[in-house]
Design a protein around this ligand. Structure first.
Ligand code: ADE
Ligand code: ZN
Length: 322
C-alpha cells in the first residue's frame, strides 16, 4: 500500500449517500427531493447542477456530531487504503446555513480528526473555504474569522464554488488570510481557462485547486513551474464533470513533464466515483508512472501542505519508512 496524501477534498463532499441518509434520519429530516437518482447515487448533470446537489446534501448535515462522523468516516477509509495525511476543505458558510457556529463546526471536524488519528494513525488539518458565488464581502467575513484561528487545526484559506466569479474579486479576503499566516489556495483553471489561472496567480497563493486548464497556455505552464506553484489535480472529478472527455486528453502528465508540481485529490469522492488511492492507481495505469513517481506525488503534497514543519518531518519519515 503506497503512502498517499491529499490536499484537495471538500468535507461535505466526502459523505456518501448512505451516510447522508443516516445523518438525515437521525436529524429527523427527509432526504431533499432531487438529491439522489434512481440508482441511489448523487444526481447531477453538470458542474452548476453538481454545486446545487452538493448544497442539498450539505443541508441535512446539522450538528457538530454530524461533522465529526463525516470527518472520521472519511479519514478512516482513506487511512485503511494507505493515506497518511489530508487537508480537509471546510465550508463555514454551509455550516452557518444550518445554524452551526465556528466552534461547533470546527469542534466536530477536529473531534473526527482526533479519533481517526487515534485509531488509524492518519493526520489531517483544516482549510477554511469561502464560496465564490456567496460574494466577495462574505468571503472577507469568512477570511477574517479564519484569521482569528478559531481552531488550531486551521492551516489555510481556500475558495470554492462557481468559478465564473473571478479570483480578483477576492483580493481583500486573500490579503486578510495571508496576513494572518494562513496558507492560501484557490479553485481556478477547472471551468475557466488560463485567464482564470493568471488572475488567481495575482493572489498570495502557493497552490491551485485543479489549475489543469493552464495547460492551454505554454507560457503560463512555464510560469507555474518557475514559481513552484502546486496544482492539486483531481482527474476523476474532471472526467465526471466533463472538463475532459477522456484520460488521454487529460493534461496531468503534460503538466508534470513540464516541471509543474502536482498532487492528487479526490475532490468530492462519492459524487465522482473517485477515491484517493484510485487517483494514484489511475496515474500508474494511464501514464505508466512508477512507484517512485507515485511516492513523489505524496512528497509533493507534504512539501505543499500548510501544516506545521514539525508535522511535515514526521510525514516524510512515514513516507520513507513505508
Ligand atoms: N464545492 C464543493 N466541491 C467543489 C468543487 N469540486 N469545485 C468547486 N466548488 C466545490
Ligand atoms: Zn474542489
Amino acid at each position: 500500500m503506497l503512502p498517499q496524501a491529499e490536499l484537495h477534498v471538500h468535507l461535505e463532499g466526502t459523505a456518501p449517500p448512505e451516510l447522508i441518509a443516516r445523518i438525515a434520519a437521525r436529524n429527523g429530516i427527509a432526504l431533499p427531493d432531487g438529491l439522489l437518482s434512481v440508482d441511489g447515487r448523487f444526481h447531477f448533470r453538470d458542474f452548476l447542477h453538481f454545486l446545487r446537489t452538493y448544497d442539498l446534501a450539505a443541508s441535512v448535515i446539522r450538528t457538530s456530531e454530524d461533522y465529526r462522523d463525516i470527518t472520521y468516516e472519511y479519514l478512516s477509509g482513506i487511512a485503511r487504503a494507505g493515506a497518511i495525511y489530508a487537508e480537509l476543505t471546510a465550508s463555514p458558510d454551509h455550516a452557518a446555513l444550518v445554524g452551526l457556529d465556528d466552534e461547533q463546526h470546527y469542534g466536530g471536524i477536529a473531534a473526527g480528526i482526533d479519533a481517526a488519528r487515534r485509531e488509524h494513525g492518519i493526520e489531517a488539518r483544516i482549510l477554511v473555504s469561502a464560496v465564490r458565488n456567496f460574494g466577495a464581502d462574505q468571503a472577507v467575513r469568512v477570511a477574517a474569522r479564519a484569521a482569528q484561528r478559531p481552531h488550531p487545526y486551521i492551516v489555510g484559506f481556500s475558495l470554492a464554488g462557481d468559478e465564473r466569479v473571478p479570483p480578483s474579486d477576492f483580493a481583500s479576503a486573500y490579503a486578510i488570510a495571508a496576513d494572518a499566516g494562513l496558507g492560501c489556495t484557490i479553485h481556478a483553471g477547472e471551468w475557466q481557462g488560463p485567464v482564470s489561472v493568471r488572475d488567481a496567480l495575482r493572489l498570495p497563493v502557493s497552490r491551485l485547486d485543479h489549475g489543469v486548464r493552464a495547460s492551454e497556455d505554454p507560457a503560463l505552464v512555464h510560469e507555474l513551474a518557475a514559481r513552484g506553484i502546486t496544482l492539486n489535480v483531481c482527474p476523476t472529478s474532471n472526467l465526471a464533470l466533463g472538463v475532459y472527455r477522456s484520460l488521454s486528453e487529460h493534461p496531468l502528465a503534460h503538466l508534470h513533464a513540464a516541471g509543474v508540481r502536482v498532487t492528487l485529490g479526490s475532490d468530492d469522492p462519492p459524487y465522482f466515483g473517485a477515491t484517493l488511492a484510485g487517483e494514484y492507481a489511475l496515474c500508474a495505469e494511464q501514464f505508466g508512472w512508477s512507484e517512485q513517481q507515485l511516492r513523489a506525488l505524496t512528497a509533493a503534497a507534504i512539501d505543499a501542505a500548510f501544516c506545521e514543519e514539525r508535522l511535515k518531518v514526521v510525514l516524510r519519515e512515514r513516507l520513507h519508512a513505508q
